[in-house]
Design a protein around this ligand. Sequence first.
Ligand code: PLP
Length: 404
Amino acid sequence: MKEIKKSNKMLNVRYEIRGPVLDEADRLQAQGVDIIKLNIGNPAPYGFDTPNHVVDFVTGNIRNAQGYSDSKGIILARESIRDYCIYKKIDNIDINNIFTGNGVSEMIISTMLALLNPGDEVLIPSPNYPLWTSAVCLAQGNAVHYVCDEKSDWYPDIEDIESKITSRTRGIVIINPNNPTGSLYPREVLEKIADVARRHDLIIFADEIYDRLLMDGKEHVSMGEVAPDVLTIVYNGLSKSHLAAGFRAGWMCFTGNTKCASEFIEAVKTLASMRLCSNVTAQLMIPEALKDVGKPDSLYLPGGRMFEQRKTVCEEIAKIDGLSARTPDAAFYIFPKIDLKKHPIKDDVKFALDLLHEKQVLIVSGSGFHMHTPEYFRITYLPECDVMREAMHRIGDFLDGYHQ
Ligand code: PLP
C-alpha cells in the first residue's frame, strides 16, 4: 500500500471538464437560448441508441441486479472482458486482474489513488482527455505533459517523453485512439513507447475506450499486445462503442508484467471494495454487448452517420479561411487549428465564450485539453450533417474579422 503523506497540493485540485464556457451555456439555455452543442462526447442526445439486444437483455434481467456483486465485478462480465482481451491479442489475462467500474472514469481515478505518492509524476499527453490530469492531481501526483504534435499526425513525441522522465516518474498515459485529436497510433509508435517504458521501468496506462470507433479500414493495436513484458493497464468500456454512456459500464485489466504489481493491485482491490461494487445493471450488459466482437460498426462505414458527419465537418473546415484540421481516423472528435496570423487570438476561452454569445455554438477550447497555445479547439461531430453544416457556417462567419 502506498505511504500517505499530508500535502497542501490537495487544495489545488481542479477538475476542468466544466468551466466558464459551459456554465455560461447552461445559463443561456435556462433563458431559452437555442445552442448548437459541439462540446461533449455523449452520443445519446444526438439520436444514437444503445443496441436493442443489449437494452432488452438488461431490462429482461434487471432483477438479477438487485444485490451487491463481487467488488471486482460479476464473473460473466469479467470472463467476457477476458475474451475481448484475447481477441485483442493480449496474452495471459488473469480474471482476478480485471476490475469493472462505473465507467472508465472511476477506474482511472482509482488507479491513480492507489498508486501515487505525493509528488510522483505521470506522463500525460498534451492534448489529453482532461480527467487524466485531474485524477493525477487528485491523488497528489504531478501531471507532466508530453507533446503530441499535429505535424506528426498528433502522435506522441518520443524524444519529448524521454526528456521528461525523472526519478519520480511512475508511468505514462497513452490515449489511443485519441480524444481530442481522433488520431490512431500505428504499431511502430506503440512499440517505441513500450521500449521507453521498458527501459525506464514505467507503468503504461492505456486508455483504449475508442478502440472500435475506427474509419477507413484502420485497425487498432492494443498496448497490451505490444508490451507483454511491461506492466500495462488497459482501460475500456461501453460508453462509446455501444452508445451506452449513461449506464456507466467500464473496466480495466492489469496485463503484462503483473508479478511486480501485487501491492498496487491489492490497493486497487481495497478501493474497489470500499465502493462495494460497480453498478450491477451495467455489468450485466457487458457479456451481451461484447457478443458483437469483430463485427464492423456500420456507423463508421461510408453511408453511416459518423462517417458522413466526419466528411461534412472536414469539408466545412476546409472552406473556412484561417481554419484547418487533420482528418481524424477514429472516434467523433476533430481538433481544428486557427491560423493566428489571420485571426490573432490570445485567449482561447474568450474565443469560445465570444462564439457562444455571438453564434450560439458551443465548442471546447484547446486549453481545456492542456494545450499551452491558444489556436486549437475541439469539435464533437455527433450532430447530424445539416446541423454540423449550420454550426460550421456560423463558426466561419464568426471567425471572419474576429480578433482579440
Ligand atoms: N477516456 C476517454 C479518452 C474519454 O474520452 C472518456 C469520455 O469521454 C472517458 C475515458 C470516460 O469514459 P466513461 O464513460 O467510461 O467513464
